[in-house]
Design a protein around this ligand. Structure first.
Ligand code: NDP
Length: 449
């Protein structure tokens, strides 16, 4: 890997690697932000003097805890869980919880670090944090999920609060898990504190549009970006990886705007449906029956399923990775470009490797980085917090319009910032710089804390 061009930033990066050994994803996320910050340090010398970057790279607080629970056979199981409260310069820590066997401290730190800048870009008063566990929800019964969530919250509750830290969902954590977590928080604290978690059910303090928000927001962002390039989503062939929360509502919104999604996936393989993915069927399989994407073929006989296949082999004009980190490599990016891909929007967090990002930028592919393009979920979580604080609930259309405004504004901010810092069209720089400056200015204003 080449060194960062700015020696000061290179030495900060090396120190981060040294102090956080073995946390490859965290190193990758830090490096990607630092690569954008040279001109910012030159323009704002106080950020260097106050050691803002070094402070931002060190979480304010990290909690690691044991989660013991009993499975349906009465067997005792033990998982490890994390909450990293990364930065609260702009508001209470805010960021999801991930339940997946791959979770370890380095994944949670990369996600928490990204979250700081993403949350800043929304313009809402929220800091950055992230949490989760190496618990694997796949194949677990409802009761097992509930017992795990209750045990998880029995430790975590003491670090949460509507003015302290407000988790939401992420991979493996959806409405069902948030319900169990909220129930246990309420029971332990004897407080009906709606604003302590977001992504709640509509019957007990949730917000309309939160479920759809990350996917819809991604497509609003892409639509604005394509407009800037005199294009629209309408009529475009799209590929969406994943088939979870973000993927499903990305597919739905692309279809509403006249685009055609021809493929989606899960961790076992992908389905290719030339006639266009039947999103209601995917919802039924994934949200209701919790089955594998392979079962799509039982209903849609003309579709094709490729076990273990690489979804980026399918030609498309717009690629929307919505599964997980580093799922789209440099080789995949080159293949997408060769097949005529003109735009990529990251629904997942850090789905493109650094090599892939370089290929996209070098070939003038419109590239919407995760911190900007998938901020719709957390932005709508902040809208849920607003509704909770005012004991109000808004209509679907009102909330959706607010989400759309936020996403189109984020695009304009990153576009203008990229231009202002001499890299027009490079929204990676635009997002990193705009998010960083907002946090850094608040940190300078608050003194050495
Ligand atoms: P879900 O758990 O609902 O869905 C995840 C999807 O990605 C599933 O289809 C899953 O397949 C697939 N997937 C997960 N891990 C892997 C893997 N290692 N390899 C291949 N496929 C994988 O999660 P979400 O949709 O909520 O999250 C998806 C991405 O979006 C994550 O990167 C998350 O951080 C990001 N994100 C989510 C937000 C939200 O509001 N939910 C907000 C912003 C970003 P399988 O079922 O086989 O595991």
């Amino acid at each position: 890997m080449s060194t960062l061009t700015n020696p000061k930033l290179e030495s900060i990066y090396l120190e981060v690697v040294n102090r956080n050994p073995g946390e490859a994803e965290f190193h990758q996320a830090v490096r990607e932000v630092l690569e954008s910050l040279g001109p910012v340090l030159a323009k704002y010398p106080e950020f260097g003097q106050r050691k803002i970057i070094e402070r931002i790279c060190e979480p304010e607080r990290q909690v690691i805890f044991r989660v013991p629970w009993q499975d349906d056979k009465g067997e005792v199981r033990i998982n490890r869980a994390f909450r990293v409260q990364f930065n609260s310069a702009l508001g209470p820590y805010k960021g999801g919880l991930r339940f997946h066997p791959s979770v370890y401290l380095g994944i949670i730190k990369f996600l928490g670090f990204e979250q700081i800048f993403k949350n800043a870009l929304t313009g809402m008063p929220i800091g950055g944090g992230k949490g989760g566990s190496d618990f694997d929800p796949k194949g677990k019964s409802d009761d097992e999920i509930m017992r795990f969530c209750q045990s998880f919250m029995t430790e975590l509750w003491r670090y949460l609060g509507e003015y302290i830290d407000v988790p939401a969902g992420d991979i493996g954590v959806g409405g069902r898990e948030i319900g169990y977590l909220f129930g246990q928080y309420k029971r332990i604290t004897t407080r009906y504190e709606s604003g302590v978690l977001t992504g709640k059910g509509l019957g007990y303090g949730g917000s309309l549009v939160r479920r759809e928000a990350t996917g819809y927001g991604l497509v609003y962002f892409m639509d604005e970006m394509l407009k800037g390039r005199r294009q629209t989503i309408e009529g475009k062939t799209c590929v969406v990886s994943g088939s979870g929360n973000v993927a499903i509502y990305t597919i739905e919104k692309v279809q509403q705007l006249g685009g055609k999604v021809v493929a989606c996936s899960d961790s076992n393989g992908y389905v290719h449906d030339e006639a266009g993915i039947d999103v209601e069927l995917v919802k039924q399989l994934k949200e209701v029956e919790r089955r594998r994407i392979k079962d799509y073929l039982k209903t849609r006989k003309d579709a094709r399923y490729v076990e273990g296949g690489n979804i980026w082999e399918i030609p498309c004009q717009v690629a929307l990775p919505c599964a997980t980190q580093n799922e789209l490599t440099g080789k995949d990016a080159a293949m997408l470009v060769k097949h005529g891909c003109i735009a990529v929007g990251e629904g997942a967090n850090m789905p493109s490797t650094p090599e892939a990002v370089k290929v996209f930028l070098d070939h003038n592919v419109g590239f919407g980085p995760a911190k900007a393009a998938n901020a719709g979920g957390v932005a709508t979580s902040a809208l849920e917090m607003q509704q909770n604080a005012s004991r109000d609930s808004w209509t679907f259309d009102f909330t959706d319009h607010r989400l759309e405004d936020i996403m189109r504004n984020i695009y304009r901010t990153v576009e203008q910032t990229a231009e202002e810092y001499g890299t027009p069209g490079n929204y990676v720089n635009g997002a990193n710089i705009a998010g960083f400056i907002r946090v850094a200015q608040a940190m300078v204003a608050m003194g050495l804390i």
